[in-house]
Design a binder for this molecule. Sequence first.
Ligand code: NAD
Length: 360
Amino acid sequence: MVQYIGTERIKELVAHVGIGRFIAELAREIEADFRRWDDFDKSPRHAVHSPVGVIELMPISDGNEYSFKYVNGHPKNTAQGLLTVTAFGVLAEVDTGYPRLIAELTFTTALRTAAMSALAAQWLARPDSRVMALVGNGAQSEFQAIAFHHILGVRELRLFDTDPHATDKLVRNLSALSLPGLEIVRCTSTAEAVRGADIVTTATAAKRKAAVLTPEMIEPGMHINAVGGDCPGKTELHRDILMRSDARVVVEFEPQSRIEGEVQQLEPTFPVIEFADVVKRKVSVRATGQEVTIFDSVGFAIEDFSSLRYLERLHREVGGTRTALDLVPSVRDPKDLFADLVSTLTGCSAQARGRSAARV
Ligand code: NAD
């Protein structure tokens, strides 16, 4: 049987662990996997584009386990009452090829993206960063806010969204959590939100080359966590921000980021740093407090691999509703798959014969 983690079970697991701790533990899992980067068989994700969105498959393996995620991105969905991003994924054994776990990854993508953002900021932002601008207050935003408060110690959040209802919702949800010592400031523009911030997170959704952040908004020493530009033709940063002489651009997996990230706007030879080299201390990104660090986040398969393994462990350890799926037939003779099916077929035809006999 294949273990199944649906949306109800995720809620149970997050409630059991606590959302701040859940994101922090997941960040450590992701970091541990980035440290063994060379163990992984990696490829850019496979994307099928339409005029309104994208559907992607994200496979990866470390030679022992294999995972993939199915994920979509449809910015116009919210106007129809649907989520912009939904996802599910599978964890399988390389040895037999058998799937072990199938899990919802919609909540999990928001949790792991926030974990990855905070992890990157731990390595890239100035350690005294306490003020974060959060531009784009949609589905991902609470998760980002909680991660940066819990892991980085952010004390002031400066919010802006072109849709004021999105900011209303974010303020309402964060207030309900009563996060200790967190001050929330509503702003009337991106420029106002960004002014004086140590960290700037952009999590907007628009299927176009947007310039949500423009060069004059950027101050020395800032860390930019650019989450929403994650598809060809879908960016958030003006290219001159990336081109600053004091900018250090960090990506997850360079071949994928060149296609999908903010760096798609630049020449293929423009220097970027892979995050694995940062955690393995092959490069040091910030020599002073003055560089502008940019985490050009697109979301890479290793983060979902780490998430599925973390979920599987929690699912085993935490009591509650456990479900398994009969996704793979269990057969007496593996060369006689047909026998299992035919027993049902003959059972059916006997029943059918019984029914027609009764009608006679
Ligand atoms: P969402 O549609 O729920 O929210 C996006 C918000 O951005 C909306 O409230 C919208 O009003 C706002 N917005 C759009 N343009 C804006 C602008 N110019 N200035 C300010 N606000 C603006 O989407 P979501 O699920 O929160 O996802 C946000 C983005 O993050 C999407 O682009 C998604 O594809 C991306 N994403 C990236 C990763 C990753 O790993 N990097 C993971 C998940 C989602």
